[in-house]
Design a protein around this ligand. Structure first.
Ligand code: ADP
Length: 475
């Protein structure tokens, strides 16, 4: 695999050499990635800038043909790309292959959405005027992505940018650069014109990010990651009012009302909570269950959670892989210990260990959890389900909304009227009603409050890469 940077359609050695990429399941080196820095980032920005006029002037259908070819190649290589995700990120292989299909779906969706960048005509206030509105590409786009979906976070940003006519400079997470390198190789194979997609891998995120944010040629930054880095990017972007899309931390509540279908509630909670070992920003992080069904729910959830198998993502039957690194594991351990110290009761799990350099944590359920525990305030990013008993729908929604975060939320009820009230009462960008798997290319993804700015996916997902131009014509 390439160990160079992809700039202006060619592979270029990084001045700083390369850095090792490791498998989180066993800490073994699986490859090297180029260690790009500020100078190379500048070069990539210049390449994107040079590519902008011709890329933005192509027809939407022409751009779509490249996106569709990238989609086709990704699906053709689904198994291989999935194996690479498992190797560098740790998630179980079946989830990784699923991620490839999800990642590819953004190429297909935005290939089509690019053809639907409609404008408006507006009835003018006088007979000798005409008014119209166009949407044009914002310009060179920078994308910074996290490690938890090494392929899907890349395409969810790159596909709409390219479809809209914006060349991209991508900086993937230093933990998972290889999936992005494979994506660049696929773009090359698809014949994408030079400079339209550029890749800067590197360990010095602050240097690369600083160059991207400091450049006036970069008109748009789209970022997924921690709230802290999102704040830094906002500060850095203040000087030139850079357009920003931010997809930041979540702290998703799961509410189980007393008329819930128990199987749907248990299945949805397991799907939301334990997918990717709990390492997604939409994972259920705190569970509120109404008194009447609390004990039954805990028992059924325990049964299902005890079936989950922890281990290397390549091992047959694994449903929960390793934590991405020791820091991630430490956070999970700290949250569980804090809850137990403050009176929570362990229902199952609670054990974490290191094995061959990989950091694993058993799927865990805690009950008798209270709002003063860290786990009910902070995103855990691990396989722990803390359950708090509540006595009414209103109390559940109040707890759910009592957070600075507002990305995903989930609730379970069979009642139409309780469901509508609950859905409307939740201050979150995504609500799963009897659904623990709401993410889809055709739906808007993003958060309220400190969970971010803007939406990815859906017909809204292309708008952040467009500027609006109002043209007033005097006849
Ligand atoms: P996580 O906690 O998920 O690792 P981060 O926000 O640290 O979240 O990482 C998400 C992405 O942000 C990664 O690609 C990382 O390299 C990048 N990143 C980290 N620090 C900075 C920074 N100062 N400027 C720009 N990007 C950064």
């Amino acid at each position: 695999m390439e160990t160079r940077l992809f700039i202006n359609g060619t592979w270029k050695k990084a001045a700083n050499g390369t850095f090792a990429v490791k498998n989180p399941a066993n800490n073994e080196e699986i490859g090297q990635a180029a260690d790009g820095g500020a100078d190379e980032t500048k070069e990539a920005i210049e390449a994107a800038e040079a590519a902008f006029p011709s890329w933005s002037h192509r027809t939407a259908g022409d751009r779509a043909s490249y996106l569709k070819e990238i989609h086709r190649l990704m699906m053709e290589k689904q198994d291989e790309l999935g194996e690479l995700i498992t190797r560098e990120m740790g998630k179980p292989l079946h989830e990784a292959k699923g991620e490839v299909a999800y990642a590819a779906s953004f190429l297909e969706w935005f290939a089509e959405e690019g053809r639907r960048i409609y404008g408006d005509t507006i009835p003018a206030g006088s007979p000798d005027k005409r008014m119209m509105v166009l949407h044009q590409p914002v310009g060179v786009t920078a994308a910074i992505t996290p490690w938890n979906f090494p392929q899907a976070m890349v395409t969810r940003k790159v596909a709409p940018a390219l479809a809209a006519g914006c060349p991209v400079v991508l900086k993937p997470a230093e933990d998972t650069p290889l999936s992005a390198v494979r994506f660049a190789e696929i773009c090359e194979e698809a014949g994408l014109p030079d400079g339209v997609f550029n890749l800067i891998t590197g360990e010095d995120a602050a240097a690369i990010g600083g160059e991207l944010m400091g450049s006036q040629a970069v008109r748009k930054m789209t970022f997924t990651g921690s709230t802290g880095v999102g704040q830094t990017l906002m500060e850095q972007g203040a000087s030139d009012i850079k357009k920003l899309s931010l997809e930041l931390g979540g702290h998703a509540p799961v509410i189980v009302l007393d008329d819930a279908d128990m199987e749907k509630a248990v299945d949805g909670t397991v799907a939301s909570k334990f997918r990717n070992a709990g390492q997604t920003c939409v994972c259920g992080n705190r569970i509120y269950v109404e008194e009447a069904i609390h004990d039954t729910f805990v028992d059924r959830l325990k049964e299902e959670v005890e079936k989950l198998q922890v281990g290397d993502g390549f091992a047959e039957g694994t449903s929960v892989g390793p934590m991405i690194n020791k820091e991630g594991w430490d956070k999970v351990d700290r949250h569980v210990k804090d809850a137990l110290d403050k009176g929570a009761e362990l229902v199952t799990g609670g054990r974490g260990w290191e094995e061959n350099g990989g950091w694993f944590y058993e799927p865990t359920i805690l009950k008798n959890v209270t709002s003063d525990m860290i786990i009910m305030e902070e995103e855990t990013f691990g396989p722990v389900a803390p359950i708090q008993k509540v006595s009414s729908d209103e109390e559940a929604v109040r707890h759910a909304n009592n957070s600075p975060f507002g990305l995903a939320s989930y609730f379970f009820t069979e009642s139409m009227s309780r469901g509508v009230k609950t859905a409307e009462g939740l201050e979150f960008g995504i609500v799963g009603w009897n659904d623990g798997r709401p993410s889809a290319a055709q739906a808007p993804f993003g958060g309220w409050k400190q969970s971010g700015i803007g939406r990815e996916g859906g017909h809204e997902g292309i708008k952040p890469f467009l500027e609006t131009k109002y043209i007033s014509i005097g006849l």
